[in-house]
Design a binder for this molecule. Structure first.
Ligand SMILES: [Zn+2]
Length: 685
């Protein structure tokens, strides 16, 4: 479904690369319709007028950036995006073939083909107008008191509409073998609570524009301007009071702050006015008697938020979220207005993406594993998995050597760290068990219904896990995803098929370059098991302290070096990076690059390969790393990601890491006082 936020279980899933929820909202009209070829590293991308010791990112990516401006329908453009776009064409071919109505289509082909064809039929969507919303609007209008809210909220949650709070399933942090219910903060239209509470001029301006956007949407629904203005203000008031009780992103990275397992009775005492029984009955999940209340203050605060606003205002709030969640599959006036605020104003994107690209992303969101099964048959050669597993084994071995040789860690903690490392499972390419879509009905000609049923299917799929053992065969995203992740509760890494291609993974390139690119990516994900967050979970994925107090203290001293280093980097204008929010990712980047380098040295075993294009193996290793991060963003998008994204901007992922490595200084013969030599080099792993 178009506007759905990418499902990310509470905290414990850490990605290689930003996957903010709003990305799925990018919309588009006709922009450049070029098909990108496979994207290998080429020495032509290097800007030789730049000294690598002064600005390695600029040296490695300068020419690429000059030749690859941000397309008008994007808020950022980089190597990840190039590869993702390459995949969009492959997926479009799959969907177009599947959309031809013929005998012998498989059940999955019928679903993905009809979903896509229906999404592409703009004429029918224009003709239907806002009629598909009528039924939801009537139900909301009929609410007779605030006592009706729990039943209506669960009805909307089942349809993928984010109102008031969030409900999901997830691993029990302290018994990760079991899935429990999770009650979380939610119900905001802007990307994060910070947008509602910050006082700087830019935040105030964005809030004003958000209110103006809501007013326009209400007007498009037929409300008179003065009424629409009052409605927009009412929604803003409600969302602001929700935001004030919500936990910030930095705190949400601390597992201790987001784990509060309690009985239903204890939950009821937090907020006695809300009828949780009605809500939980409506969830249609297996019975449960305890759950994780992620942020108790938020749930406690709901009571006064509900009381403080009139029933009419609550109806307006629900109506807003219904239209907001569905805007991308409504007629073009809604699509365009949604784009104007969420993509243009918030992210700095100039143009809407072509319809087909939007539809590809919607089908991938809703039926990703149905596409994925066909995708991997043709695009994931059998030997890729074997080669990737060999690379993973090499990097894991290096991390083991690294742990054993750490000067700051005692033997007891080292032993535990090695147990955890040995327990990490590797999921490569695609899931062993594919998702079963047989209960999801996709009807040709019913774009809105398809989206709603897909949301319902997904909600049910997730909540039906409650009370069951964790099934590690479930993947959080489809194989067509250009990303990778580490899951702290499962203690495993995931590398989907789509990232196992050039420039990340290349069967036709030297080891040095592969270790710098995908090798450091593997190292990054493995290191997540040992960053400030992952290190709090043990080999079984349980939140359990396996550190001696002394080693923990030394670990924290070392991570604070990284926190301060990155916290001094300027993201955009006067905005610096949040060193604490990005600490886990930066630790993973630094550890990942270093252990990948160790793995390369192990592989070379003292031999020195002949230089390629005048670059030796060490230089090519660091270029392999920088190359995958070549990327540029609009200032607006950088501003947004600096607030919500735990990853640093590409420039610092490259320059921050290499400046901490004496091996880099050696490889490029940098002077001791060069910009790329951090005088206070940070090293954790
Ligand atoms: Zn990461």
């Amino acid at each position: 479904m178009p506007c759905k936020k990418l499902f990310i279980p509470v905290l414990t899933l850490t990605f290689l690369f930003a996957m903010p929820a709003t990305r799925a909202q990018s919309q588009g009209k006709q922009a450049a319709d070029k098909k990108t070829a496979a994207i290998r590293f080429s020495p032509d991308m290097i800007d030789k007028t730049i000294d690598p010791c002064t600005d390695f990112f600029q040296y490695a990516c300068g020419k690429w950036m000059a030749q690859n401006p941000i397309p008008p329908d994007r808020s950022s453009w980089g190597r990840f995006d190039e590869l993702h776009e390459h995949g969009e064409y492959i997926v479009r071919d799959i969907l177009e073939k599947a959309s031809v109505q013929r005998a012998g289509r498989s059940a999955n082909e019928q679903k993905i083909g009809d979903y896509y064809a229906t999404c592409m039929d703009e004429g029918a969507i224009e003709k239907a107008g806002t009629k598909p919303l009528d039924s939801d609007f009537q139900t909301i209008a009929a609410l007779s008191s605030k006592k009706d809210l729990p039943a209506e909220i669960v009805r909307l949650h089942r349809l993928g509409v984010d109102v008031l709070f969030g409900f999901d399933s997830g691993a029990d942090f302290k018994d990760a073998s079991m899935i429990i219910a999770q009650l979380d903060q939610g119900g905001l239209g802007l990307p994060d609570r910070d947008y509602y509470v910050k006082d700087d001029a830019k935040s105030v301006e964005l809030r004003e524009k958000y209110v103006a956007h809501m007013q326009k949407i209400f007007e498009l629904l037929g409300d008179a301007p003065h009424k629409a203005a009052a409605e927009a203000k009412a929604v803003m008031d409600i969302e602001t009071s929700l935001a004030k009780n919500a936990l910030d992103q930095t705190s949400r990275r601390d597992p201790q702050k987001i784990y509060h397992k309690m009985s239903e009775k204890e939950l009821a005492s937090l907020n006695p006015e809300f009828d949780w029984n009605v809500y939980f009955d409506g969830v249609k999940a297996p019975k449960f008697d305890s759950l994780n209340v992620v942020e108790p203050d938020f749930i406690r605060g709901l009571q006064s938020v509900v009381e403080a606003h009139s029933l009419d205002d609550w109806k307006t709030y629900l109506r807003w979220h219904v239209v907001h969640a569905n805007a991308p599959i409504l007629p073009s006036v809604f699509v365009n207005e949604n784009f104007a605020f969420f993509s243009k104003t918030l992210e700095g994107t100039k143009e809407l993406r072509p319809r087909w690209k939007r539809c590809v992303s919607y089908v991938d969101n809703d039926l990703g594993e149905a596409i994925g099964q066909i995708y991997v048959e043709k695009n994931f050669p059998a030997d890729s998995k074997a080669r990737m597993l060999a690379l993973v084994a090499a990097v894991e071995k290096a991390l083991g050597q690294d742990i054993q040789s750490l000067p700051w860690m005692g033997d007891d903690t080292k032993k535990q760290a090695l147990v955890k490392l040995a327990a990490i499972a590797n999921r490569i390419g695609y899931p062993d068990k594919w998702r079963d879509y047989s209960t999801l009905e996709i009807i040709r000609g019913d774009a809105f219904g398809n989206s709603q049923r897909a949301n319902q299917y997904d909600f049910q799929r997730r909540v039906s896990k409650i009370g069951k053992p964790l099934d590690k065969r479930d993947w959080p995203y489809p194989p067509t995803t250009v990303n990778a992740s580490y899951n702290a509760n499962e203690n495993n890494i995931t590398f989907p098929a789509a990232i196992l291609q050039p420039p990340f993974f290349d069967n036709h390139i030297d080891d040095a370059m592969n270790f710098g690119a995908i090798g450091a990516g593997i190292g990054h994900e493995l290191t997540h098991g040992f960053d400030d967050e992952g290190s709090q979970f043990d080999a079984d994925g349980n939140l359990r302290d396996w550190w001696t107090a002394d080693d923990k203290k030394k670990f924290e001293e070392r991570t604070s070096c990284i926190r301060d280093q990155y916290g001094s980097f300027v993201a955009v204008d006067d905005m610096k990076l949040n060193g604490k929010l990005t600490l886990g990712e930066n630790t993973a980047d630094n550890g990942g690059l270093r252990i990948a380098y160790m793995a390369l040295l192990n592989t070379l075993a003292g031999t020195e390969p002949a230089p390629i294009d005048g670059l030796n193996a060490q230089q090519r290793f660091f270029l392999g790393w920088a190359n995958v991060w070549c990327q540029q963003r609009t200032d607006a998008f950088t501003r947004m990601l600096t607030t919500i994204d735990p990853h640093s901007p590409s420039r610092y992922r490259v320059n921050g890491t290499v400046s901490n490595m004496p091996e880099f200084r050696e490889a490029f013969h940098c002077a001791a006082n060069a910009a790329m030599v951090n005088q206070n080099a940070c090293k954790v792993w």
